[in-house]
Design a protein around this ligand. Structure first.
Ligand code: ATP
Ligand code: MG
Length: 196
């Protein structure tokens, strides 16, 4: 029997535009196929787990927790996602590398990606300067300031992380550029991946 993989992991650094591109791609799939794509967010699942345990009050506190607690929370969130994704086309909106006080924390360690078993890892990228300005322009979130050079390094590290996920799971890895003012264009590439 051919295995069926329902999940596309969409990743990229904070403020690159993942959520914006995903929302548009989901509308495009709905229009073309009449199908609803389930969008899950590891941050949201983690926040549910962590807030129930009394570790945090808002989601931006998550990445400041001791890394041992972040790992425990991650593991529980991964299991919850795998269960929900059994229903149909699913996107997991997530960070692969989280900047902590002690280096990058791997957002999708082996036990989480193996459970999720994605068909594709989509890495959303944009010019580092644009990412910096998108972060400052977004008043809905509390975002950490990061120098342009660090944004660049973070993006390069995300490529390595995406390839690692492909290596572990056999998922394909696709880079999608989210150009300034061209969300629709990036979204149609993501929609094509979902419908493939
Ligand atoms: P996070 O990882 O923190 O959730 P994200 O990658 O999901 O971030 P978004 O919240 O989608 O990023 O976008 C960040 C900001 O950038 C938003 O204010 C959004 O409107 C803006 N933005 C996203 N894509 C583009 C684009 N192509 N051109 C201009 N602005 C954009
Ligand atoms: Mg987002």
């Amino acid at each position: 029997m051919t295995e069926s993989r329902n999940v596309v992991i969409v990743t990229g650094i904070p403020g690159v535009g993942k959520t914006t591109v995903i929302n548009t791609a989901v509308e495009q799939v709905k229009e073309k196929l009449g199908e609803t794509v389930l969008v899950l967010n590891i941050g949201t699942e983690m926040f549910e787990v962590a807030s129930k345990a009394g570790h945090v009050k808002d989601r931006d506190e998550l990445r400041k927790l001791p890394t041992s607690i972040q790992r425990e929370v991650q593991k529980k969130a991964g299991a919850a996602i795998a269960k929900k994704a059994e229903r149909g086309k699913t996107i997991v909106d997530t960070h692969t590398l989280i900047q902590t006080n002690n280096g990058f924390l791997i957002g999708l360690p082996e036990w989480v990606v193996t459970a999720i078993n994605p068909k594709t890892v989509v890495l959303v990228e944009a010019d580092s300067e644009k990412i910096a300005s998108r972060r400052t322009g977004d008043e809905t979130r509390i975002r950490d300031a990061q120098a342009i050079a660090d944004i660049q390094i973070h993006q390069e590290m995300c490529r390595a992380a995406a390839v690692a996920i492909g290596t572990i799971t056999g998922a394909t890895v696709r880079i999608i550029k989210n150009r300034e003012g061209l969300v629709e264009e990036a979204a149609s590439e993501l929609a094509a991946t979902l419908m493939e």
